[in-house]
Write a protein that binds this ligand. Structure first.
Ligand code: F6R
Length: 616
């Protein structure tokens, strides 16, 4: 949430920062702003709304030449999306400009202190207090921005990434981080700071991870990292293993369409190198020893949103393969309810961004209880994998559209690999059965490709139902989390009432929602899998159809029986039951994307949302 960019070097800071903000806009788009140092003073431009509004302002009120600058794109927390609440915030005396991602929890107290000292605050944000605190601290800190930042950070509670500049030290950009993301881009004669590497991948693929409670000081020629006490810290370098084209639309109209289309490759990449020549799963990178995995007596998955749906899918598979009890818990609930986890629990945190605060806090709570922790994550170097005992990366490549697509499929793949690995080390599944599942997984890129070839009718249906007041989704077994995911996609993109239900649960209340013409999307289990599930869902279809529902069935090729019960049938390839979410989800993504487009919504940046939710 909130995108941050900082630059110092030889290029025009304006260009580097605005290009970086364009890449960061997926993190928040309530306002955008930029500050540069020129001629010994700060120049700031900021504007409510999307980045394009700032660019228009810059057209009429250009910034002077400068090689040091910071920029911010905001997802509002304290104070509405107005010009005055936009970042950067500048101290009353004009000496320091600050941008911030996170929430400063003791801001009211600090604001009171500043007001009592006669400072006039001009915004409703928590961030502005930092600008004034820095300005007040600077004289006693010998006008050294680094020393002032260290002192001010010591007074802040909550989560923050802060980046500040001061025209008296025009070649310096100072960043600080606690619980919010910040990475360093290492250039030649220039250096970068950003919420994630996509902001600077055009300029360098060399980066540094920053840890908790660290400060980074950039000049064009140097990078210093220290803790809040000022002790030097060695930052871990890493190389970005994709290039700038991965964060461009690549001929697609929308990032979401591009990311939907990338799913066969993403699934293939998630599987790459995970099976050895001997046919055994190798998750060497994971770093949990096999004995620890033999000793666990339960698995708890913590995640949010789409990642939680992937966790729900994984629960069905991991329990089936390993016979270890698996709990799936929304990360935001986990630590506040005194969960029973201990040294014999494996807590798996699933997160695309690796920065979701709810998930990070759940992970920390699990660690505090002595649990073994494993991250399933897409973003190398982010907080969740850094803090977990072990990590499996999903290798989906950057996901820019706010609505998650390829991350979901690859999270399922990674969680399945973990489940099969547990079965392998605990010797609870014959080797040939594991090999058979791995062969099924290996087929999935091709199957997802087939789905993509046949989604045109889905688009037509989405346009047909765009005027519906609500859409319900039902499924059984792994089709249930798919139903939840289909409904989530529709809510967040088409802004319409949509709900997912376990099909059997409908008659216990939600069936009262059914009235004439209500579209119900049914994730139909394979008749060749567990036939009983197919029979049961047909009964559920009849229950809602009898009350006027219009049925859109997502059913596998060859399931002719469904034709008698559905108004529309979307076909997906035949796959084993546990693989069904990997194909059945894709038409639902397309359905939501097309419906949002038909309604004229901004698909990649839906209202009120941000990717990477770094506040609790
Ligand atoms: C929905 C969506 C969100 C995320 C959730 C967790 O399309 O993208 O529900 O899945 O905010 O995000 P990560 O996976 O980054 O932890």
């Amino acid at each position: 949430m909130c995108g941050i960019v900082g630059y110092v070097g030889k290029k025009q800071a304006l260009e580097v920062v605005v290009a970086g903000l364009r890449r960061m806009e997926y993190r928040g788009y309530d306002s955008a702003g930029i500050a540069v140092i020129s001629g010994g003073h700060l120049e700031v431009r900021k504007k409510a709304g999307k980045l394009v509004n700032l660019q228009t302002l810059l057209g009429s009120d250009p910034l002077p030449n400068s090689t040091t600058g910071i920029g911010h794109t905001r997802w509002a927390t304290h104070g509405g999306p107005t010009d005055s609440n936009a970042h950067p915030h500048v101290s009353e005396d004009g000496t320091v400009a600050v941008i911030h991602n996170g929430i400063i929890e003791n801001f009211a107290e600090l604001r009171g202190e500043l007001t009592a000292a006669g400072v006039t605050l001009t915004s409703e944000t928590d961030t502005e207090v930092v600008a004034h605190l820095l300005a007040k601290t600077l004289p006693a800190a010998g006008n050294d921005l680094v020393a002032a930042m260290r002192q001010v950070c010591g007074r802040l509670e909550g989560a923050f990434t802060l980046v500040a500049i001061d025209p008296r030290q025009p070649d310096l950009v100072v960043g600080a981080r606690r619980n919010s993301p910040l990475v360093v881009g290492v250039g030649v004669g220039e250096n970068f700071l950003a919420s994630d590497v996509s902001a600077f991948v055009d300029h360098t693929r060399n980066a540094l991870e920053l840890g908790q409670d660290q400060i980074v000081v950039l000049t064009a020629a140097s990078i210093r990292v220290m803790d809040f006490a000022g002790n030097p810290v060695e930052a871990r370098p890493f190389t970005i293993d994709w290039d700038a084209s991965a964060v461009e639309k690549g001929g697609h109209d929308l990032f979401m369409l591009k990311e939907i289309a990338e799913q066969p490759k993403a699934v293939a990449d998630a599987l790459l190198g995970r099976v050895g020549n001997d046919g055994r799963i190798q998750l060497d990178e994971m770093g949990l020893d096999d004995q620890a995995l033999r000793d666990i007596d339960k698995v708890v998955v913590v995640a949010c949103g789409t990642a939680a749906h992937a966790g729900m899918v994984a629960k069905y598979a991991i329990e089936h393969w390993t016979r270890i009890p698996v709990e799936m818990e929304l990360a935001s609930e986990f630590r506040y309810r005194d969960p029973i986890v201990n040294a014999r629990s494996l807590v798996i945190a699933i997160s695309q961004s690796g920065e979701t605060m709810d998930t990070l806090m759940a992970l920390r709570h699990a660690k505090d209880q002595g649990a073994k922790t494993l991250a399933i994550c897409n973003t190398v170097g982010s907080s969740i994998p850094r803090e977990a005992d072990a990590v499996i990366y999903t290798y989906a490549g950057p996901e820019i559209a706010v609505a998650s697509t390829k991350a979901f499929l690859t999270q399922i793949i990674a969680a399945y690999l973990v489940g099969l690995y547990l079965a392998q080390v605990r010797e609870v599944m014959p080797g040939e059965d594991i090999a058979a599942v791995l062969a099924d997984l290996a087929d999935m890129p091709g199957k997802v490709d087939l789905v993509l070839d046949t989604v045109e009718p889905v688009r037509a249906l989405a346009r047909e139902f765009a005027g519906a007041p609500s859409v319900l989704f039902i499924g059984r077994h792994v089709g249930f989390p798919v139903a939840l995911e289909g409904a989530l996609k529709l809510k967040e993109l088409a802004y319409m009432h949509a709900e997912g239900f376990a099909a059997g649960e409908l008659k216990h209340g939600p069936i009262a929602l059914i009235e004439d013409g209500v579209p119900v999307v049914v994730i139909v289990p394979s008749p060749a899998g567990r036939a009983i599930l197919h029979d049961k869902i047909i009964s559920n279809i009849q229950e809602v159809r009898a009350r006027g529902a219009r049925i859109i069935a997502i059913a596998e090729e060859g399931d002719e029986k469904i034709n008698d019960y559905a108004d529309h049938v979307i076909r997906v390839p035949v796959v084993p039951p546990l693989m069904a979410p990997l194909v059945a989800t894709v038409p639902l993504q397309v359905f939501a994307c097309e419906m949002a487009t038909a309604k004229g919504h901004d698909v990649d940046q839906p209202r009120n949302l941000a990717k990477s939710v770094t506040v609790e």
